[in-house]
Ligand binder design. Sequence first.
Ligand code: HEC
Length: 132
Amino acid sequence: MKPKFLFQVGLICVLALVLSCLMMLSSQAQSTGIQQAEIPRAVDTISKARKVELIRLVRQDCGSCHGLSLKGGLGPALLPDTLRALPADSLLTVILQGRPGTAMPPWKRFLNEEEARWIVAQLQKGFPHEEP
Ligand code: HEC
């Protein structure tokens, strides 16, 4: 009677161990699956259609002051040579808030922070002409 009872307890312990291992493995697989799906979206959530609009906005509206090829006009040139040396955060602030006392207007009504950040990144590496 006694050895059989011990055997049953042992069996239950082994089963519980195996079961918890399986549960751990499956929850790990699930969490890595979720991460893989979410990382690309967190990096860049701007749609391709919106990027086309942003490129048009910069070429037309910004271009009306900064020159149609962004080489400068009323406003300074917005080319990689000059902008690469400047901190992205201060360019972002200029675009969103404008520069008070100058002709540079604020754009925060038309651009959110992520969109303005994307524009800064594109300006610093050479602004695209059409499709992003
Ligand atoms: C009405 C004219 C006008 C428009 C439109 C305009 N800007 Fe400007 N911008 C200026 C002027 C003028 C300055 C220089 C301000 C100064 O004297 O510091 C400037 C400065 C800047 C600077 C800082 C450059 C530097 O070297 O410090 C950035 C970046 C900039 N503009 C980006 C943009 C972007 C992006 C847009 C479109 C979303 C835009 N601007 C639209 C007139 C304009």
